[in-house]
Design a protein around this ligand. Structure first.
Ligand SMILES: [Zn+2]
Ligand SMILES: [Zn+2]
Length: 233
């Protein structure tokens, strides 16, 4: 219900009123009486048919830079953005917002590229900038009179913190961190291999587990290590 209200840019009570008073509001497909869940497409279609979907006259915008194989890099500013980050490594992250039709089309093209899109940088007000190593797809695309509501989603495990210049920095978990290793070390136990490190330089990558720095896996590992440190005498 909250999401329907957000899409239509009205209060939740208004949506409750529509469900009661207007014909044809979609039936819930899951959830409970108190927390009904609806099919997004069905709701969007109903909102459009009843003239409830308007272009946001909003202030907040996100900045989204994406790349994909064989497509020009894109930099767009979705309006009224909403970012939902999973707290589970197996979960799905989502970001939605309103875009110009041309931007929505460009995103759809990039989404169809092999391996989907890579988010070089996504800055949503109220969140630290994130980056995603790949597998980003358009999961929702609803056109209305003056704009397109677009949602992108990706597996949470490939999200990390956006570095100012290079997008995402990947951490490697070395099986045997050797002596005299010059690689940068991080709280998760991961390193960013220095090419001149005899042990972890360019040749070592296949034997290490990689994860996006500042991502959910990185946080998990950091927690485990801190737990282990406090537990040990
Ligand atoms: Zn090293
Ligand atoms: Zn890490």
């Amino acid at each position: 219900m909250a999401e329907v209200a957000r899409m239509a840019r009205v209060g939740r009570a208004v949506v409750t009123g529509w469900r009661r008073a207007l014909p044809g509001f979609p039936d819930p497909v899951a959830g409970s009486d108190v927390h009904p869940r609806f099919d997004r497409r069905a709701v969007a279609a109903w909102l459009l048919a009843h003239d409830k979907l308007t272009v946001p006259h909003t202030l907040a915008t996100a900045v989204l830079s994406v790349t994909a194989a064989g497509v020009d890099a894109l930099r767009i500013r979705p309006a009224d953005p909403e970012l939902r980050l999973a707290d589970d490594v197996d979960g799905t992250d989502r970001v939605s917002g309103w875009t110009e039709p041309a931007d929505a089309e460009a995103l759809a093209r990039a989404s169809g590229a092999a391996w989907g899109m890579t988010v070089r940088r996504l800055a949503v007000p109220g969140f630290g900038a994130v980056a995603v190593t790949g597998d980003v797809r358009v999961s929702e695309h609803t056109a209305s009179a003056g704009g397109v509501f677009v949602e992108l989603s990706w597996p949470a495990r490939v999200r990390g913190r956006a570095d100012s210049a290079s997008g995402i920095v990947r951490h490697a978990l070395a099986h045997a961190p050797g002596e005299g290793c010059p690689c940068a070390r991080h709280a998760c136990g991961g390193i960013v291999p220095a090419s001149w490190c005899a042990e972890h330089g360019a040749t070592a990558s296949p034997v290490m587990e990689w994860h996006p720095g500042g991502g959910i896996r990185c946080a998990e590992l950091t927690q485990d290590r801190e737990g282990a440190l406090t537990a040990s005498p």
